[in-house]
Design a protein around this ligand. Structure first.
Ligand code: SIN
Length: 490
């Protein structure tokens, strides 16, 4: 089915440097963008390499002194106009997201509103980059701390939330007075390009925001140009832990600031005193958002022996009723996975779990009759820590349930992972709530709540899930440094 947009020019097939849309990479190579529901090519975009990465960086570097000096209120007004344009094009952007990423249309449009909420938030935060007047320890001196933008930011964004992650990284960078070079995920460049067009229309000056598209093969060449160049002062990345480690290692020579939103392995714990219906609802919303392709998606579910069977049975009934289908069908609740590799990983995890003794209560198979990348929402019981689905992030619609018998046992199991992004638990005991919230080794904890996302909240992890916070009053700090001024002879 053709992609029909109210404003067809939002579908771009060019990269953007120094205020110009450029249709071809120097090499002439192109990257096919496909619909994950069908595998059919939607369009091609340029497959950029080092020459385009360098041109983007030159433009961002040249634009930085001017953008940094634009008064915060004026930067805020431009970013606010960007927010307004994003919301005005919610339908078209939602269609682009759903078509290239696969999430159902209602979720695609929801993601646009979610993205806009970050843009609006950081437009407002731009005007609150207050410094400090510090009491001087001796007479005749005044001491101050100013906040300044770090410089050029390289933003490397993922495919699972192609609008929200661009917004959450680029809006604070612009608000702080930084300029940006961006490389969107190879699977979902179209949403990012449309957002950049709207930023241009909102009045973001030439060179302040630059974006280059690149395939999986060319991405390392593009990113290495930015990693090795001292003019890039900050890297912001959402993606896998191995890539995050590579970025940290390779940028060490030029000592860049880094924000890394990396992999997760979120535990979801249901205690014996939990409200079971609320826990089932919480898991449904946390787990099946974007078909489980979310960094904060519960990956390991632990249920107390006393309530295990009730929880597993209620959950399986809900999961079996989920409607799987393409974004184009308004009834769809779960879309296709992003690509073959994603479905193969899910299949491998379920097969491994079953081979090691897990039992399938719902799903447990590919849905090849629907298209190439569909997998049935799945519930497994008898999961244990030896299974691949307990050690690796499945990033799909699979719920492996492990039975536990004591709080100490489940806390040890929940924390027994290198990762530390999100954790969830359900309990009605207020003492236990504080005890457990404080010992979970994660950056985010959902307590009797599955839907945690909000622009006003600090999003980020600990341990191998990375560092830095996005959103909230802290989200601007990663794009700023503090300059100390000391004036004497007063
Ligand atoms: C992510 O999966 O990286 C982001 C999820 C969210 O914003 O809630």
């Amino acid at each position: 089915m053709p992609l029909t947009l109210t404003r067809p020019e939002l579908q771009r097939s060019a990269y953007f440097i120094a205020g110009q849309w450029r249709p071809a990479a120097a090499s002439g190579a192109t990257l096919a963008v496909t619909d994950p529901a069908t595998g059919v090519v939607i369009t091609h975009v340029p497959d950029c390499g080092p020459p385009e990465a360098l041109a983007a960086l030159d433009a961002a570097h040249a634009a930085f002194p001017g953008w940094k000096k634009v008064p915060a209120k004026q930067r805020a007004q431009i970013i606010k106009r960007w927010n307004d344009l994003v919301l005005a094009h919610q339908d078209d952007l939602g269609k682009l997201i759903s078509r290239e990423q696969g999430k159902p249309l209602a979720e695609g449009k929801g993601e646009v509103a979610y993205a806009a909420s970050y843009i609006e938030w950081f437009a407002e935060e731009a005007t609150r980059m207050n410094g400090e007047v510090i009491p001087a320890p001796v007479p005749g001196r005044r001491m101050f701390a100013l906040k300044e933008p770090v410089g050029v930011v390289a933003a490397i964004t993922p495919w699972n939330f192609p609008a929200a992650m661009i917004a959450r990284k680029i809006a604070p960078a612009l608000a702080a007075g930084c300029t940006v070079v961006c490389k969107p995920a190879e699977d979902t460049p179209l949403t990012s390009l449309a957002l950049v067009l709207l930023a241009q229309e909102a009045g973001v000056p030439d060179g302040v925001l630059n974006i280059v598209t690149a395939s999986r093969e060319k991405t390392p060449e593009v990113v290495d140009v930015w990693l090795d160049d001292a003019r890039v002062r900050k890297i912001t990345f959402t993606g896998s832990t191995p890539v995050g480690k590579h970025l940290a290692q390779r940028s060490a020579d030029t000592l860049k600031k880094l924000s890394l939103e990396l992999g997760g392995n979120a535990p979801f714990i249901v205690f014996e005193d939990a409200d079971i219906d609320a826990a089932v609802e919480g898991l449904m919303s946390a787990k099946f958002r974007n078909g489980g392709q979310t960094c904060v998606s519960p990956n390991r579910v632990f249920v107390h022996g006393q309530v295990h069977d009730e929880f597993a049975s209620k959950l399986s009934t809900r999961v079996a009723a989920l409607k799987v289908g393409p974004a184009s069908d308004p009834a769809s609740q779960i879309g296709p996975m992003i690509n073959d590799r994603a479905v193969e990983k899910i299949e491998r995890h379920v097969q491994d779990a079953v081979a090691r003794g897990a039992k399938v209560l719902a799903g447990g198979r590919r849905l090849s009759d629907l298209g190439p990348n569909y997998y049935a929402p799945t519930v497994l019981v008898n999961a244990d820590a030896t299974m691949a689905c307990s050690c690796e992030e499945t990033f799909g619609p699979v719920v492996p349930i492990t039975r536990f018998n004591s709080e100490a046992e489940v806390i040890a199991a929940a924390n027994d992972t290198p990762f530390g992004l999100a954790a969830y638990f359900y309990s009605t005991d207020v003492r236990r709530i504080w005890r457990v919230a404080e010992v979970l080794e994660t950056g985010i904890v959902g307590i009797n709540e599955g839907a945690l996302a909000a622009e006003a909240a600090p999003f980020g992890g600990v341990k191998a899930s990375g560092y830095g916070r996005e959103g909230s009053v802290h989200g601007l700090d990663d794009y700023l440094h503090i300059k100390y001024l000391c004036q004497g002879q007063l």
